[in-house]
Write a protein that binds this ligand. Structure first.
Ligand code: PNS
Length: 169
């Protein structure tokens, strides 16, 4: 039986911290499905299709990394995909409480699926999608913190919003 893992999240946007976790997972599991939650935020920076495209182009050289979308209960999605593992990244103690609650709720719902926590490389422990969006919106540089595909798209998003700010109606 192939060992299938699901790595769920919003990935708005994918960061190098996510990439680090996915590459670690790809070494441990036969398949790792990066599953984008479709109904998370009302006003996401990137559409689900863009987020899937970013994941696919970032992992073109990793044949056991797949991108997919899901809605509803994660545990139902994991069952449909025959996944026995949910992967989550833990950056700091502050992540722990929320992650523990989710892992235990998912275990309550489906004891056969195990949550596995992995730590990203130290240089990404402060990186989050939320902070990336904030820094970019305020004109800061996130080089080295997000994959190239994200960086390019963020640059055009920043250009668009600065155009909106400067152009007269
Ligand atoms: O990257 P995020 O936003 O921290 O990911 C959160 C995610 C997608 C893992 C979580 O919100 C989730 O699993 N949502 C699906 C709904 C669900 O199953 N809820 C009960 C889990 S305790």
């Amino acid at each position: 039986m192939p060992r299938i893992a699901v790595y769920p999240g919003s990935f708005d946007p994918l960061t190098n911290g996510h990439v680090d976790i996915i590459l670690r997972g790809a070494k441990l599991f036969d398949r790792i499905i990066v599953a984008v939650l479709t109904n998370a935020e009302k006003t996401p920076l990137f559409s689900v299709d863009e987020r899937l495209a970013i994941i696919r182009e970032t992992f073109t050289d990793s044949p056991n990394v797949e991108a997919d979308e899901f809605s509803g209960l994660l545990i139902d999605y994991a069952r449909d995909k025959h996944a026995s593992v949910i992967v989550r990244g833990l950056r700091a103690v502050s992540d722990f409480e929320y992650e523990m609650q989710m892992a235990l709720m998912n275990r309550h719902l489906q004891p056969a699926v195990e949550t596995v926590f992995m730590m990203p490389a130290e240089q990404y422990t402060y990186v989050s999608s939320r902070l990336i969006k904030e820094v970019v919106a305020l004109g800061g540089d996130v080089t080295g913190l997000v994959p190239d595909g994200v960086q390019a798209r963020l640059a055009s998003t920043a250009r668009l919003s600065s155009q909106k700010r400067t152009s007269k109606p």
